[in-house]
Ligand binder design. Sequence first.
Ligand code: PGA
Ligand code: ZN
Length: 423
Amino acid sequence: METIIDEIYALEILDSRGNPTLRVYVELLDGTKAYASVPSGASTGQNEALELRDNKKRYGGKGVLKAVNNVNTTIANALIGMDATKQKDIDYSMIELDGTENKSKLGANAILGVSMAVAKAAAKSLNLPLYQYLGGTNAVRIPVPCMNILNGGEHADNSVDFQEFMLVPHGAPTFAEGLRYVAETFHTLKGILKKRKLATSVGDEGGFAPNCESNEAAIELIIEGIKKAGYKPGKDLSIAVDNAANSFCTNLKDNYNLIWSGKGKMTSDEIIDLAGEWLDKYPIILWEDPLAEKDYKGFKKFTKKYGDKIEVVGDDIFVTNTKYIKDGIKKNLANSCLIKLNQIGTVTESIEAVRMCRDAGWRYFLSHRSGETEDTFLADFAVAMDGGHLKTGSACRGERIAKYNRLLEIEHELGERAEYRWD
Ligand code: PGA
Ligand code: ZN
């Protein structure tokens, strides 16, 4: 039994924002060693699994030594001797060990670190690339990279309310070409910003964060960038938006206040109408969290109005949790779900969330977090899930590029077998 877990331990490391997170190491009886690092969000949904922080003086309360200790003691004691290829058993053992609804006892960060490191170790021991270990021999679809090139909201200090504007290279023939389309447009946009004397500094996910006078000015800049880079908006490249509407909703329900742009108070209906105007004018093909997580009425209305035209993605509203996704499917609240491993806290539950979406005819959108590390688990996971599209930041910042580079590597490795398409 070479794949038996022999050792598990964790370290406190730093993420891309300079905040502590965990790296978990797993060793198997056959000598295989693997490790995984845990991401961390900023605009989090209320029902996300709990990221355990020390709340002591060090690192402004953000230390993760409690979570590290939970890995090194409680989790290690329970999992050593188990078979690393039994991912579901491993994950559900940790869920049971934790015993809370939101993994608050051991910490979702502790649990996810172990879950990912176990998967990596098992794959390595079996001599399989991670995407193939998790997805099987037919995991050959490379996701369309939805590249975040302009940031606002919680991810930037500027006058744009909507958190992310992404470029979607659905017209490219391959992933490598798609990545080139978006990276070229990123550089072209930088030139445009420079010329207008707008800031070219970047937000947490590497997108630019210029002080545009409005949300609309932000999207106009992007369209200009696409054209100037030599691409056709709507044909080669379209746009995806993540409002992350929780961040400008005062009651998480129906009371919106667009503080960054100074646009002021808006109702749910007004936001839905604004989206309609934009959809008439701009080539937007995906809209994430257009409304806040408790605005079920708004989500339902938005999806009813635009869901046959575009992908309506729920992030904070579903938090990668089958309990909320199931309800969303029943109530037609969206037609797609964002999948973030650390929102739910195990690899197995993330796979279950994907499966639920698939069964319902929904799409699913694989995602990084705004706080990331150089870990490339997400790239392999997206291919394994036959995901179709993922968001993992801009054409800069090493922690984002690491995932894109891993996808280039996977596409190259698959050669002729690799597939790339939006639908
Ligand atoms: P977060 O942002 O990682 O800060 O939550 C990403 C998102 O809202 O999709
Ligand atoms: Zn989001």
